[in-house]
Design a protein. Structure first.
Length: 190
């Protein structure tokens, strides 16, 4: 029995360590290409048409975290550079860290925020984050445009009118915030 076990062991070792080369198969996967939306000049004859959904902070406190969220469903031609014109909101808030990277280009002097392209048939989602400077009740309007070589052109809504989103916001003093929380308000010039 001992010689049978030794023979089987010898056969197993010979099969595993033989001089016959073993074929190895290398499996290579080509990465799935990430397709970025691209501009389609063939759709330039379409109108500038979109649906917009806006969510904004209705209540905040001075120096606290404040948000405006925009979702743009482009139903017309390519938006080459979505521009949000909101002079009163920008003057009262500015922009803070956490704003969508695409919306980093702003001109505070006129209250415009450039958020980049939203191509035909695409949806763009953007977050604007800021810190309200003053206490009070405010009414804001956001107007949406496309920046083209000819200048700013209004984007139309489904009703054929220029897209305008409006909302109200109440900003409380920093002392009225949630107990246990404290944010240092931005100093105001006297």
């Amino acid at each position: 029995m001992r010689s049978l076990a030794a023979g089987c062991l010898a056969l197993l070792l010979a099969a595993g360590c033989g001089s016959t080369p073993h074929a190895s198969v290398a499996v290579t996967r080509s990465p799935t290409p990430i397709t970025e939306p691209t501009r389609d000049p063939g759709k330039d004859s379409l109108p500038l048409l979109a649906e917009v959904h806006v969510g904004a902070s209705a209540h905040s406190f001075q120096g606290g975290d404040d948000h405006v969220g925009l979702v743009i469903d482009n139903r017309g031609r390519d938006l080459q550079d979505l521009v949000v014109l909101a002079p009163a909101w920008v003057a009262e808030h500015g922009l803070a860290m956490g704003t969508s990277r695409a919306c980093a280009d702003e001109d505070l002097s006129v209250g415009s925020i450039d958020c980049g392209p939203v191509f035909a048939g695409q949806t763009g989602s953007f977050a604007l984050r800021a810190f309200p400077l003053h206490v009070g009740t405010f009414h804001y309007e956001l107007r949406l445009y496309d920046r083209e070589p000819a200048g700013l052109l209004p984007i139309l809504g489904p009703d054929g009118q220029p897209l305008v989103a409006s909302f109200d916001e109440v900003v409380d003093p920093v002392t009225n915030q949630i107990p246990g929380q404290y944010a240092t308000p931005t100093p105001t010039a006297s």
